[in-house]
Design a protein around this ligand. Structure first.
Ligand code: SF4
Ligand code: SF4
Length: 193
């Protein structure tokens, strides 16, 4: 779980992050309900919950532009910032991995992809162990959810519209000094008209 901006809403009956996100301090894996969670009611260990849980806010809690249809208990996916707010990341529920493709989500997410690319930011999708970059012309697989990397976006104008080039750079694991995995696909594509 990640640190987030100030909350503007309350979780209410939603507890979806307590299933979809891992919590290292609790040895809680991704996509399994936390043993302290009472789905629909909240955290049975609220006062003693770990710092990662205290610090976490999904985007629906913090972003005004997301109305109640984006509340994770309604949308069936969780959105969060990652990579120092350079990636808006959608975390899917394995039971409903394509919930983000329904409307009003899909059209809005495609528009966010385009807006973010212009700001050197990305929209990503984490589903199980896989991480994808979501691009206006379709999904692109990059690496596993655990891999670390950075990226740079370059834009050029062409006769058929804007052309984007995204180059990924793998980052080695500091703890193990292991060689960096290779997420470094180079994505190059034209914005669909
Ligand atoms: S997914 Fe968001 S709204 Fe739902 S419990 Fe987690 S932080 Fe609260
Ligand atoms: S400790 Fe509480 S807040 Fe943290 S994952 Fe478990 S149920 Fe959710």
């Amino acid at each position: 779980m990640q640190t987030q901006a100030a909350k503007k809403r309350d979780c209410g009956s939603c507890s979806l992050c307590c299933k979809l996100l891992p919590v290292a301090a609790l040895y809680k894996p991704q996509n399994e309900w936390c043993k302290h969670c009472v789905p629909g009611k909240g955290c049975a260990s609220y006062r003693l919950r770990p710092k990662a849980c205290r610090d976490f806010s999904c985007l629906w809690l913090t972003e005004d532009f997301l109305d109640d249809s984006w509340k994770p208990s309604n949308s069936k996916f969780v959105m969060m910032w990652e990579f120092e707010e350079k990636s808006l990341t959608i975390v899917t529920d394995p039971k409903l991995p394509n919930a983000w493709k329904a409307e009003p989500y899909y059209t809005a997410l495609m528009a966010l992809c385009e807006k973010h690319l212009a700001e050197d930011r990305l929209v990503m999708l984490m589903t199980g162990e896989k991480r994808y970059v979501l691009l206006p012309d379709g999904l692109t697989y990059v690496c596993t959810a655990a891999d670390k990397f950075t990226w740079a976006v370059t834009k050029s104008e062409t006769k058929t519209g804007p052309h984007y080039h995204v180059e990924f750079q793998a980052v080695a694991d500091e703890k193990t000094a292991a060689a960096a995995p290779a997420p470094a696909e180079k994505l190059s594509f034209n914005m669909p008209n």
